[in-house]
Design a protein around this ligand. Sequence first.
Ligand code: ATP
Ligand code: MG
Ligand code: MG
Length: 382
Amino acid sequence: GMVLGVLGGGQLARMLAQAASPLGIRTLALDPAAGGCAADVAMTQQAEWDDWAALQRFADQVDAVTFDFENVPAATARWLAERVPVYPPPEALEVAQDRLTEKTLFRACGLPTPEFRAIASRDELEAAVAGIGLPAILKTRRLGYDGKGQFRLREPADIEAAWQALGAQAETVGLILEAFVPFERELSVIAVRDRQGGFRGWPLTRNWHVDGVLSLSLAPAPQVDASVIAEAMGHARTLAERLQYVGVFALELFVRDGQLLGNEMAPRVHNSGHWTIEGAVTSQFENHVRAVLGLPLGLTAARGPAAMFNWIGELPDRRAALAVPDLHWHDYGKTARAGRKVGHATVCAAEASALAGRLEQAAQILGRATQAEPAISLLRQD
Ligand code: ATP
Ligand code: MG
Ligand code: MG
């Protein structure tokens, strides 16, 4: 049988392993840290990213390698790629690891982005604030996730605090200043490209973030013009082709005055695609496994509308929620900790009004009534 190697052993590796299993594919996850939640369902090994002897043993045991963690050092990915197929290609991973190269690529591919400038010093930050204007967001170029490594500037006096917070990282991971976009909505494209260049996208997902962390997703995103859908898919495809991408990726978009702006891409399966496990004909996890191992892709159509709640910090009690029809519970088996993604729940239905009712019921039981309200009202208008 085939074995899929995954660098990183968190919940994404866990859900990849869960998707691989019915295909007769076993998963081996490698992580520098012990106790990742993939260990319940996958084989795991513990090694540092530069432990070449351990990486050689890992490579010898797998048919292909992929990532659950986008910040695996590019040198590790390239070293493995000389020994075993690695998808997405290390070059694509590297571009997506740096917000500066990523946004530069977006623009080169015809996808507009918020205005941005690389920042190497406090003087450059002052100049960039003068050039871009306020509000703006100072972000680390590398290693940020879930809104970490970001500082929002509202007025010139915030420059001092922003530099205090992140200035030391200018020389390590680099900094970028971005214009703050007062967007109407956030959308993501989840798409997959196979080894032959075949491309498929799932229906667009509408996302709501709280404090920079994804909190609720709704798919297919209601009330998006067909032209915007086509444009978003076109951008995703162009980027994937430019990167010679293989596997699933996410493209995060802002919609401002009806125009799309590229925020970032995730070179891996993505939190805003978790609804595809029950809500689509083939999940993002299964299609990623298929693409990476050179198997034919499955259909990406939605079975109906679906909504996903993220559980951050701790899981609510599942008992009452399980009474909601077509609600699916995902407990990652992690210990509770502030800010940590510990699980999610997806609610599905055959049509929008039915989903609105179930979502309202689930949100009430789970203490998310206020938060689910915009999604519920969109579904009721649909
Ligand atoms: P992820 O967990 O998605 O990888 P991240 O830490 O890489 O997150 P971003 O995607 O850059 O962070 O930002 C998180 C959220 O913060 C965005 O989804 C958006 O809601 C908000 N945000 C980020 N950049 C901007 C911006 N330039 N203008 C307005 N809002 C923004
Ligand atoms: Mg990110
Ligand atoms: Mg993001």
